[in-house]
Design a protein around this ligand. Structure first.
Ligand code: UDP
Ligand code: MG
Length: 318
């Protein structure tokens, strides 16, 4: 029997976890050919999430958990789940039931019958139920990142996926601190079969993403997977410098022809403002990279585990 680890990042999900567990169990009970295990990652929740998980673990030996010392973010939670997993298949899905557990059966069936695929991943087919502004921003972000980066990052790709062990090992081998999993999943390669997936409403609780956290995450994506923005100051600087030289030449000729005309003070102020803006913008881009290099160089752990019922070696003997 093949083992499947279901990795579930949880941050303040006490309300939805029992519903999630029941729904997933009703799916797994129909798949007797697989040996399922849950790996709940409590990402420093402030509510009763950990208690709920420990209660589940007490009545179901398939329930494993990792609890962080504080909130490290979903990226860290997914990485911890993968590091602690030992299953031949690893599935990542959200706790809020927005990722339909029933699709896991189709994903597993695909990987079992189609050996040419190593990943079965969900691709959302609509952005219904999402604020217009948020979906516009998201579309813009993927346009920018795909034009800047050499790695193709599909707009609608979700973290919801089943991977073979070799893919999981490849993902774990990427040690970066500023993690952007959609980029990492694309970067490691492997053949992916896409499954159309309609996003459902959250079963309970509320989203953990604010506009600010989404913007920060987008910047991690762009800076992590493209160095093109570093060239923006170079090219715009050269272009504006060139314009400045041309303008100076024009002024010299102009004053030779009409020696008594007044200087264009407003024009000069305007030019200064533009240049100041450009310099600050360039510094901002460089600052973004330097800040991330700083964090990478520090080589801090991506997460810190407080409590777990999984052996330190990742329970690979299972
Ligand atoms: N999550 C997490 N750590 C965080 C934020 C979110 O582990 O800091 C988990 C959360 O519990 C959920 C999943 O990541 O299982 C997706 O989060 P959410 O539903 O808030 O995001 P959305 O679906 O709104 O994009
Ligand atoms: Mg959600």
């Amino acid at each position: 029997m093949k083992s499947v680890d279901l990795i579930v990042p949880c941050y303040n999900e006490a309300e939805v976890l029992p519903i999630f567990y029941d729904e997933v169990c009703s799916v797994t009970s129909k798949l007797p050919d697989f040996n399922f295990n849950f790996i709940f990652v409590d990402d420093g929740s402030r509510d009763a999430t950990l208690e709920v998980i420990i209660n589940l673990a007490a009545k179901d030996s398939r329930v494993r958990y990792i609890s962080f010392s504080r909130n490290f973010g979903k990226e860290a939670a997914m990485l911890a789940g993968m590091k602690y997993s030992g299953g031949e298949y690893v599935c990542i899905l959200d706790a809020d039931l927005q990722h339909s557990p029933s699709l896991v059966a189709d994903m597993l069936a695909c990987l079992e019958t189609e050996p040419q695929y190593d990943v079965a991943a969900a691709r959302r087919i609509d952005r219904e139920g999402e604020a217009k502004f948020k979906s516009l921003l998201s579309k813009g972000f993927y346009k920018i990142i795909n034009s800047l980066s050499s790695v193709d990052i599909p707009e609608s790709a979700q973290d919801f996926r089943v991977m073979r062990r070799n893919v999981v090992d490849a993902v774990i081998s990427m040690p970066e601190y500023n993690r952007f999993s959609k980029g990492i999943f694309s970067w490691v390669g492997f053949n992916t079969k896409w499954f159309a997936h309609e996003n459902r409403e959250r079963a309970a609780g509320e989203t953990k993403w604010s506009l600010q956290s989404l913007l920060r995450y987008s910047l991690d994506g762009i800076i992590g997977f493209s160095t093109a923005p570093l060239k923006i100051p170079l090219y715009t600087g050269a272009a504006i410098g060139g314009l400045g030289v041309a303008y100076a030449l024009y002024l010299i000729i102009y004053f030779i022809a009409r020696p008594h005309s007044a200087l264009g003070l407003p024009l000069a102020v305007c030019g200064m403002l533009m240049l100041c803006g450009l310099v600050l913008f360039s510094l901002g881009i460089i600052g973004g990279y330097v800040a991330r290099i700083y964090l990478e160089v520090k080589n801090r752990p991506i997460f810190i585990v407080d409590k777990t019922n999984i052996a330190a070696d990742g329970d690979k003997t299972r």
